[in-house]
Ligand binder design. Structure first.
Ligand code: HEM
Ligand SMILES: *[C@@H]1O[C@H](CO)[C@@H](O)[C@H](O)[C@H]1NC(C)=O
Ligand SMILES: *[C@@H]1O[C@H](CO)[C@@H](O)[C@H](O)[C@H]1NC(C)=O
Ligand SMILES: CC(=O)N[C@H]1CO[C@H](CO)[C@@H](O)[C@@H]1O
Length: 386
């Protein structure tokens, strides 16, 4: 049995004759694997505790100047991150719950998330991916969290998405502190922000005020596939108002976490249409051993093959791409495609640049098509509509 990209089937269904060559539709059937081995070697990353009072001069050295659609770009702030609760055009604010709950919502979430991170640091990549998959389908509205026979999480692309239990646990704590006040969507955003800090990223001010969605359909899931070209993926991001630099920055979150053989093996064997002749030969040798073609397995490998990276959110991932050591096809193409190679090079050279841009673009991701005001609802349980 051979695995294909998990996004493939859904993409093909949802987008019909999309630009990409439809990958063969097969199903992953592996659930409940234990990821703990993978992270057992990881030492706990040092957190960047303080958001440096970043001056406006630190604004991205890379191409795109702030444009429409970004929370950051549209809010009146003095620097890349300001802790003021200025309303952005998304309707979100920093500190939305300050006057709505007698307990400190963010502090409670932070404490519980830190506890979980101590037990299982893989919760960082898990929530990063969960946040992305939620926000890119009907906005950051927790539609991914809904249980049901045809809900979003049953889509093929939900394969190996994890972290649902933590969100439910945080929700229970919120219901205890101030019932019916804190949305699941904000819990996901706050938890992700806390984990980014714990994982070595910046401590950016998280925007809140999201409401939870009322719709969750697997048929709405149209996430990009790792077998896309850079241009195809850029088109998917552009449809969500992210430019190509922002796409490259967001894919930098592949600094942490893992990919399963099903996404890799097509790149390894000569004769296969996805064969990557330019992959670093030593990486190919390792991956060929890990992912024997035609042999069903649940094996996986770090998305970031840099041996000095301890599952921290740093820019070493981009350096690996430059060395032809990308694990996913799309990731690797970023350093080869003339449209993105320069962006990869700049990010590979400058950790500070990655730290700032990855936080800024995460804030923007967390504001995609959010529900605010009286739209949607505040769920009582994150896996169920009220
Ligand atoms: C074109 C866009 C993207 C594609 C095609 C893509 C594809 C993938 C694939 C195939 C995996 C491996 C899943 C597995 O084998 O279990 C993965 C994992 C992951 N992705 Fe992405 N991804 C994209 C964008 C993003 C973005 C924007 C983020 C973060 C904001 C992200 C964060 C992650 C993380 C952290 C993991 C590791 C998950 C874990 O270890 O549990 N990805 N992605
Ligand atoms: C990663 O962890 C190893 C073992 O704990 C340590 O020797 C190494 O210095 C760490 N590397 C980085 C970049 O933190
Ligand atoms: C790295 O990026 C930061 C943030 O954009 C910038 O201020 C700094 O000048 C850059 N450093 C180098 C060496 O280019
Ligand atoms: C958690 C969850 O609902 N996982 C589902 C993901 O989608 C597959 C089908 O592609 C289901 O079998 C899983 O139960």
């Amino acid at each position: 049995m051979k695995f294909s990209p998990h996004f493939g089937l859904v993409m093909a269904l949802a987008l019909g004759v999309m630009l990409m060559s439809a990958p063969t539709a097969q199903c992953f059937t592996m659930f409940g694997f234990d990821f703990s081995d993978f992270f057992s070697f990881a030492s706990k990353p040092t957190s960047t505790d303080d958001v440096i009072a970043l001056s406006p001069g630190l604004a991205p050295a890379l191409a795109p100047a702030p444009g429409p659609g970004s929370a950051l770009r549209t809010s009146r702030r003095s620097g890349p991150f300001s802790s003021s609760s200025t309303t952005s055009t998304s309707g979100l604010v920093v500190g939305f719950y300050n006057d709505k709950c007698s307990s400190d919502v963010e502090a409670i979430i932070e404490a519980l998330v830190a506890e979980e991170f101590d037990l299982d640091p893989t919760i960082l990549p898990a929530l990063l991916r969960l946040q992305f998959h939620d926000c890119f389908v009907k906005g950051c509205d927790s539609s991914l969290l809904i249980d049901g026979p045809t809900s979003e999480k049953t889509a093929d692309s939900n394969f190996s998405v994890r972290g649902y239990e933590l969100i439910e646990k945080l929700k229970a704590a919120m219901e205890e502190a101030c019932p019916d006040v804190v949305s699941c969507s904000d819990i996901v955003a706050i938890a992700t922000k806390v984990l980014i800090k714990l994982g070595g990223g910046l401590d950016f001010p998280v925007e809140t005020g999201r409401r939870d969605g009322l719709v969750s359909n697997a048929a709405d899931v149209d996430l990009p596939s790792p077998s896309m070209t850079v241009a195809q993926s850029a088109a998917v991001f552009a449809a969500k108002d992210f430019d190509i630099e922002e796409m490259v920055v967001l894919l930098g979150y592949h600094a942490v976490g893992i990919a399963h053989c099903g996404f890799i093996e097509d790149r390894l064997s000569p004769g296969n249409s996805q064969f990557d002749a330019d992959m670093d030969p030593s990486l190919r040798a390792e991956l060929t051993q890990l992912c024997p073609v035609g042999v069903p397995n649940n094996n996986f490998t770090p998305l970031n093959q840099d041996p000095t990276n301890n599952n921290t959110l740093d820019n070493t991932f981009y350096g690996q791409l430059i060395q032809e050591r990308g694990v996913l096809s799309l990731d690797q193409l970023l350093s080869r495609d003339p449209a993105t190679a320069g962006i990869v090079a700049a990010l590979a050279q400058n950790r500070t640049l990655f730290d700032i841009r990855s936080a800024q673009v995460m804030i923007k991701l967390q504001a995609v098509e959010v529900l605010t005001g009286t739209d949607g609802e505040i769920r009582k349980v994150c896996s169920k509509f009220n």
